[in-house]
Design a binder for this molecule. Structure first.
Ligand SMILES: C[S@@+](CC[C@H](N)C(=O)[O-])C[C@H]1O[C@@H](n2cnc3c(N)ncnc32)[C@H](O)[C@@H]1O
Length: 277
């Protein structure tokens, strides 16, 4: 049983008692250049009162972030970053939590939902409205740069064993190799983690030829972008860093020389339906 009263105000009400429901937008801004940012992502950032994120990603926003209070968090401070964003939204703020690429692919959206689900944030934070805005992921940007290597079935595997047991990663690599998926390797190696990509290469070589096309795409959409074409035989682990995504073709993936440089594509199977003239 409740009593409610409604009234129409003659003017805009500027003083409110109580607090508005907070809003957290978990926003993927694409890998780098602003042309790869969706209008929805730009709108949510423009509408935010404050920004939360890893400093490098906030810097990538350029003028869109100008004048907004920002909470920069270091790499590795992911739980603190998400908790801070949720708690600020719980206090009634309109917050944008900024992620690179897509917000739900190896990014913060899953951790935000996990914190809400496991109750490790305040009740106020759990009542905030949360929306997730998708973005262009690194694998899509890399593929677009070199043709259409993801034209048929593909999968993504993160080679970071910081959060995933090494044995699970190796099992997924074996399954991808046996299933003949094109594979996008995220987090392919850092200064201290260098062995998993070499192991992945060995496993894949048991199921696909040494001349299988490989692309190392580094710093996509940023001034220092680098695209390096290799094969499974010539893939060198030392050429990757934490800003590289590695695309490895399937047995069907082909490399094509064009006047604009090499292109890679994976046919969808139309040749089986229509004879090529
Ligand atoms: C924590 S994951 C973030 C993925 C991101 N949410 C996405 O959808 O692209 C970080 C990994 O994504 C890849 N990555 C992110 N941005 C990249 C870029 N601009 N160029 C190449 N790879 C990138 C790298 O493999 C990097 O180690």
């Amino acid at each position: 049983m409740a009593t409610a009263a409604l009234a129409i105000a003659p003017d805009l009400i500027t003083t409110l008692h109580g607090r508005p429901r907070g809003h957290l937008a978990v926003v993927g801004i694409g890998p780098g250049q602003s042309a790869w940012r969706t209008p929805e992502a730009s709108r949510l950032i423009a509408e935010a009162d404050e920004l939360v994120g890893y400093g490098l990603y906030l810097d990538l926003l350029g003028p869109l972030a100008a004048g907004k209070p920002r909470a920069d968090f270091p790499l590795g401070g992911e739980a603190d970053r998400c908790r801070h964003a949720l708690e600020r939204a719980g206090q009634g703020a309109r917050v944008a939590l900024v992620c690179s690429g897509d917000a739900g692919i190896y990014a913060m959206a899953a951790l935000v939902w996990e914190l809400i689900d496991t109750g490790t944030v305040s009740d106020a934070a759990r009542r905030a409205e949360v929306v997730v805005a998708p973005g262009v992921s690194a694998l899509q940007a890399a593929a677009a740069r070199v043709g259409a290597p993801l034209g048929h079935d593909f999968c993504a595997i993160s080679l970071s064993d910081l959060l995933t047991p090494r044995e699970d990663i190796l099992r997924r690599i074996r399954a991808a190799a046996e299933g003949d998926f094109v594979v996008a390797f995220y987090n392919p190696g850092s200064k201290t983690r260098r062995t998993l990509l070499a192991e992945a290469r060995q496993t894949l070589l048991q199921h696909r030829p040494p001349e299988t096309p490989v692309l190392l795409a580094t710093s996509l959409g940023r001034p220092e972008e680098r695209l390096t074409h290799r094969t499974l035989a010539t893939l060198a682990v030392d050429e990757v860093d934490m800003l590289t995504v590695v695309l490895v073709g399937s047995t069907q993936t082909r490399r094509l020389e064009t006047g604009d440089g090499p292109r890679i594509y994976t046919p969808r199977g139309y040749a089986r339906k229509e004879p090529v003239p």
